[in-house]
Write a protein that binds this ligand. Sequence first.
Ligand code: ADP
Ligand code: ADP
Length: 223
Amino acid sequence: MEIEFQRVGKKYESGQEALSQVSFHLQQGEMAFLTGHSGAGKSTLMKLMMMIERQTSGQIIVDGVDLRTLSRRAIPQHRRRVGVVFQNHQLLFDRSVFHNVALPLQVSGADPQQIAKRVRAALDKVGLLDKEKYNPMALSGGEQQRVGIARAVVNKPQLLLADEPTGNLDPKLSAEIMNLFQEFNRVGVTVLVASHDLALVARMRHRVLTLSQGRMVSGGGFG
Ligand code: ADP
Ligand code: ADP
């Protein structure tokens, strides 16, 4: 997926200006990091990409299409093309690993055989095929985060967004999670990872976009 922000602004109804004049271009198949202090606007930028929030100025162009022109029906379709990983992975502890990963497919109405095939493929990619019957509560923090990643990729998204995905993990596990994102990127998925772990980001040698007080202070522009 190719994404272009053109002078995007977001002012919340509270009056808080979370983003201002943000411009950048992520190429199809690119991987980049998004850094910035707490409150800089990282989550807001990702919410705009998922159309959970709408910009109040500027244009967001995805694969050549201005997101403001999407019909109400096209919005869920757009979201299915975006996989999302959160810091607090938001797993459900009342069901198995398998059924956690299956959730987005059940929402989109796939048949059970197809679901089983896709869930196992996603678990295989994150190295958790042998844990499908476990309750996620019985897994380590790093494993739980990998379940969250399997769930984010089970729909075969064209864009993978991760918001502080290693926030609660030690450096070794954090590096493993970043390597997983790189593997998805290697097969053509566009990846954007928000992180304030600057040491980790520097080691990964990808492009770094930096937000400060809602402005893109480095790594932006058009290209
Ligand atoms: P980050 O992810 O970099 O910590 P956020 O995008 O969460 O930054 O927040 C950017 C700014 O917007 C902050 O000042 C935050 O308080 C404000 N903000 C975030 N969400 C909302 C909201 N729903 N309503 C009002 N203000 C918000
Ligand atoms: P919506 O009901 O908002 O239209 P979708 O089913 O289109 O949501 O899914 C939006 C995105 O969120 C997809 O990338 C999907 O993989 C992901 N998703 C769906 N359900 C969950 C969930 N329970 N937890 C985390 N991500 C989910």
